[in-house]
Design a protein around this ligand. Structure first.
Ligand code: FES
Ligand SMILES: [Fe+2]
Length: 386
């Protein structure tokens, strides 16, 4: 059977060395993705999620989380339509009683036809799950491609002394518009009115010019793959000028020498951004753009801080509740969300990837597209959803 293209082949043929990125409209397979916070899934409860176009069931059994395709092998209905769990580690299809074990996906019984020869011989697809830093990660891919979680998170995220807090929400744009919005250093322009600037002394230039040496590619065989953009090597733009007149100025603190609101950003496969020294000095923002389907992503926003005592933890939790959540993740990032959603229609039919007119500083986005194309471990296709 021939592959059904998810992306317009005409566009895919035109983009050269970042074709894989354009084809990954539903995301890159064979990577770890955060889908929920651990505290959101209680023992015994079942949660329905969608990841790279596949609907999955999550269940916590004896403390451990399992992920299984939410589609009965018999007639293809979603098991989640009416969750029936008659034992701790099984789920029974509400329609004719096919019963599956969560840990393995094995068809362990058919309650309405207990003598069937299918029993014990068929399996629903299951995916590996791992919890780290209070997040539930699912490996959406093939068994023989599973690798260490540390290859799919930004450096520093898993450090023992880092505490992570955060939230998630659904954004109505393709995941790549999330990733590019975060990594795009020119988009600081949209944040010039952010209330966040009242909570620390940092600078909000109108834009940046990327100078030589700012961008580094990370392609070591056994580490995460990504692109770093160092803002200390940028030239900041403070005044907007039209016809020789200054029409707007970027908010600038007298005592701060920084060229931007953060020290720099980096973007990593499979679509996670690290923002250094942000939302406030001493904290780091890590945020994922997890593909749900072609037009939607789960925006998983987290902030990390080094903590070495209970007192540190309490102080960080207090800072999160008072400032980081309301003015950073909710306030500042609200601008990012609406920008992505407004950008979506231009790229929805794929032609945006060839009709866009990027400028010089956008070369960082092209580096990201190339790195993602070189190191994405597989493209999610319509065949994978069958
Ligand atoms: S459709 Fe699930 S048991 Fe028949
Ligand atoms: Fe932003």
């Amino acid at each position: 059977m021939s592959e059904t293209p998810l992306v317009n082949p005409e566009v895919a043929n035109m983009v050269g060395d970042w074709r894989g990125y354009v084809e990954a409209k539903l995301g890159f397979r064979n990577h770890w993705y955060p889908v929920r916070f651990s505290k959101e899934l209680e023992e015994g409860s079942v949660e329905v999620i969608k990841l790279l176009g596949e609907q999955l069931l999550l269940k916590r059994i004896d403390g451990k989380v399992y992920a299984m395709r939410d589609r009965c092998l018999h007639r293809g209905v979603p098991l989640s339509q009416k969750v029936e769990c008659y034992s701790k580690d099984t789920i029974t299809c509400w329609y004719h009683g096919y019963t599956y074990r969560f840990q393995t996906g094995e068809l362990v019984n058919i309650l309405a036809a207990p003598d069937s020869r299918l029993i014990g011989r068929r399996k629903i697809t299951t995916y590996p799950v791992q919890e780290a830093k209070g997040l539930i990660f699912v490996f959406l891919g093939d068994e023989d491609m599973v690798h260490d979680l540390s290859c799919d998170v930004p450096p520093g995220f898993l450090d023992d002394d880092v505490m992570i807090l955060g939230k998630h929400r659904v954004v109505n744009s393709n995941w790549r518009l999330g990733a590019e919005n975060g990594f795009d250093s020119l988009h600081i322009f949209i944040h010039k009115d952010s209330t966040l600037r009242h909570f620390r002394t940092f600078n909000f230039p109108l834009g940046h010019t990327c100078l030589p040496g700012a961008v580094t590619l990370h392609e070591d065989a056994d580490g995460p793959k990504g692109v770093t953009d160092d803002f200390s090597k940028h030239h900041a733009v403070w005044e907007g000028i039209i016809d020789g007149e200054v029409v707007i100025r970027g908010p600038r603190s007298e005592n701060v020498s920084g060229t931007s609101a953060s020290a720099g950003t980096s973007i990593w496969l499979p679509g996670v951004l690290k923002v250094d020294s942000f939302p406030v000095a001493g904290t780091t923002q890590f945020e994922w753009y997890v593909p749900i389907d072609e037009g939607t992503h789960l925006y998983v926003q987290t902030v990390g801080s080094k903590v070495s005592s209970e007192e540190d933890k309490n102080r960080f939790e207090d800072l999160y509740e008072r400032i980081l959540l309301p003015h950073g993740l909710d306030g500042f990032n609200a601008d990012d969300i609406w920008a992505r959603e407004v950008t979506e229609p231009f790229y929805a039919d794929d032609f945006g990837w060839v009709d866009e007119m990027l400028c010089e500083t956008d070369s960082t986005l092209l580096e990201w597209r190339r790195v993602a194309s070189r190191h994405g471990r597989g493209i999610q296709t319509l065949e994978n959803l069958r």
